[in-house]
Design a protein around this ligand. Structure first.
Ligand code: ADP
Ligand code: ZN
Length: 529
């Protein structure tokens, strides 16, 4: 075993400062590095931006030979290798994008032990060239980045990762004692167990930092005049660059176009674009020539842009895990960033409609379970970190100081009478209309569709004229949330009464609605780190 390196704390701090330019370790980094230098297998679970790379890059410099890094994305590898080389560290990557001659040249150098770090894709590692390389290269440490890719329970399963489980089996004499460090930002216990089992980790030490991201400001806003809200934000934060996530390709195109028409440089990103266009758009965003990328969830993994200042969700994400990963791309530099989710009940039924299409009842139940967690997150008037981190099995005590509910607690208003008005309008129109038609009636609209149906002669016509549309939407959202109002799960989203509606109509149940207030409406906010 070659773990003869000096892992004196002082030396580690010196390398941190002199080579990486950081004054202090982030939580658990030092403990992880020491654990690896002692030769232990290790599992690192740390949120995106937590500083996982340093956990294997720094010990690599304190080990006599080479650290082998397995990483799933060529772009990600290249970024890290460029940064290491810029710091004067001998590092390289070997993957399918290289000319064969170049690849074998690098392989020969790796075998000679010329590098401190060698990055390999899993396909390469498991090819015959990779096999040869592994039998000859002097390896002290193996780092498996994005280790959740090995698990089908993760959100990004990659079949090539499966083969990594054979590393120790294929090369028992070489790697039985070489420590393996697996790193991931996926925190579900099932995935963590799967990683350990599949990689055959031996008594691994597990390091798990909190998944709270104190520099992210979480905010939910009613999805009402969303474009107006987005434009206002962009106007007020001229130097902010960010990501807008949408659920469909068409929406991406549409929003990007709307922004472009207003002279804002925004580009779409989704799986329907030509490969080279997609790459170019991503490149333009990362290197700053485009301010905004409007993307489906296809955009994300391995995007190393530290100064993303906002992540907006224009549509409701299907689960908290995805939402967490997507918002997690903001503020990787540790500076404050805004995460705003635009929420509406109509979006909820859209997701339900989608779930209903699933054939397998087990999958359907699981999707509903996930959606309900998401809804609970969106509706809470308590600290958002509680439901957010609960998803990862972490108990948060609340009062995080960086979500909308903590920074600017929602105002509660009495709305029993308004709830009655809304439900009456639904009853008077035979429960056959969508929400916006009902609100148009309440607000006394004389639009043609109202006249055609003779709805201007209803007694409820205009009884809610004194309040804005946003108020009526808020009342409806609250009734929907609590089951006093129903909406069909189809594209019409017709509203209807429920079992408990009559008690609201009779005024027996008081209704309170929460008016969430945007974080930005308060001036005196400081976010604790
Ligand atoms: P992860 O892989 O966990 O998502 P990275 O390894 O990419 O995170 O690190 C995220 C950012 O944090 C990088 O810009 C990195 O330079 C920075 N970083 C890592 N460790 C430290 C530290 N000890 N002090 C300051 N910045 C750090
Ligand atoms: Zn909070």
């Amino acid at each position: 075993n070659a773990q003869i390196a000096d892992n004196n704390t002082l030396d580690l701090a010196t390398t941190l400062q002199d080579t990486f330019g950081h004054a202090q370790f982030r939580p658990l980094q030092q403990e992880i590095i020491q654990c690896l230098l002692k030769g232990n297998d290790t599992l690192v679970i740390m949120p995106t931006g937590g500083g996982k790379s340093l956990c294997f890059q720094l010990p690599a410099l304190h080990l006599p030979h080479t650290t082998l890094v397995i990483s799933p994305l060529i772009a990600l590898m290249q970024n890290q290798v460029d940064a290491l080389q810029a710091s004067g560290i001998a590092a390289t990557c070997i993957n399918s994008s290289l000319e064969p001659a170049e690849a074998s040249e690098r392989e020969r150098a790796a075998i000679r032990g010329d590098y401190k770090l060698v990055y390999l894709s899993p396909e390469r590692l498991m090819s015959s060239a990779g096999y040869r390389l592994l039998t000859k290269m002097p390896v002290n440490l193996i780092a498996i980045d994005e280790a959740h890719c090995i698990s089908e329970w993760g959100h990004d399963f990659r079949p090539e990762y499966r083969m990594l489980g054979d590393l120790r089996i294929q090369h028992p004499d070489r790697f039985a004692k070489t420590p393996i460090v697996a790193l991931t930002a996926t925190a579900t216990p099932r995935v963590a167990e799967d990683i350990q089992r599949q990689l055959h980790l031996i008594n691994p030490q597990i390091f798990h930092t909190s998944f709270e991201r104190p520099n992210l400001r979480y905010e939910i806003r009613p999805k009402h005049e969303m474009m107006k809200q987005v434009l206002e934000y962009l106007e007020q934060n001229q130097d902010h660059e960010g990501i807008i996530y949408c659920q469909s390709r068409a929406r991406c195109e549409q929003i990007a176009e709307q922004l472009q028409r207003r002279g804002i440089s925004a580009l779409p990103y989704h799986a329907g674009l030509e490969n080279n266009v997609r790459k170019q758009n991503q490149h333009d965003f990362i290197y700053g020539s485009a301010r905004i990328i409007v993307a489906t969830i296809a955009f994300g993994m391995g995007i190393d842009k530290p100064d993303v200042r906002f992540v907006f969700h224009a549509d409701l994400p299907r689960h908290i895990e995805g939402y967490y990963q997507e918002t997690g791309r903001a503020g990787r530099d540790g500076m404050i960033a805004d995460c705003i989710l635009f929420y509406s009940a109509a979006d909820r039924t859209k997701v339900e409609y989608f779930i209903e299409q699933k054939e397998d009842p087990e999958q359907r139940d699981h999707a509903y379970w996930q959606l309900n967690k998401m809804i609970r997150y969106a509706h809470t008037t308590d600290c958002r970190c509680i439901p957010l981190l609960d998803y990862f099995g972490e108990e948060h005590s609340g009062d995080c100081g960086h979500c909308d509910n903590c920074l600017n607690p929602p105002k509660l208003i009495e709305a029993t009478e308004d709830a009655r008005k809304l439900l009456s309008a639904i009853a008077r129109t035979d429960q056959r209309y969508g929400l916006s038609h009902i609100i148009d009636i309440l607000r006394g609209s004389n639009a043609q569709k109202i006249i055609d149906r003779n709805h201007h002669n209803l007694s409820v016509h205009g009884i809610g004229r004194d309040k804005p549309k946003s108020h009526w939407l808020n009342v409806a959202e609250t009734l929907l949330r609590d089951g006093h109002l129903g909406m069909t799960i189809d594209e019409f989203r017709t509203t209807h009464l429920t079992e408990s509606s009559p008690s609201i109509l009779r005024g027996e149940l008081p209704i309170t609605v929460a008016i969430s207030r945007a974080i930005s409406t308060r001036e005196d906010i400081t976010v604790k780190r």
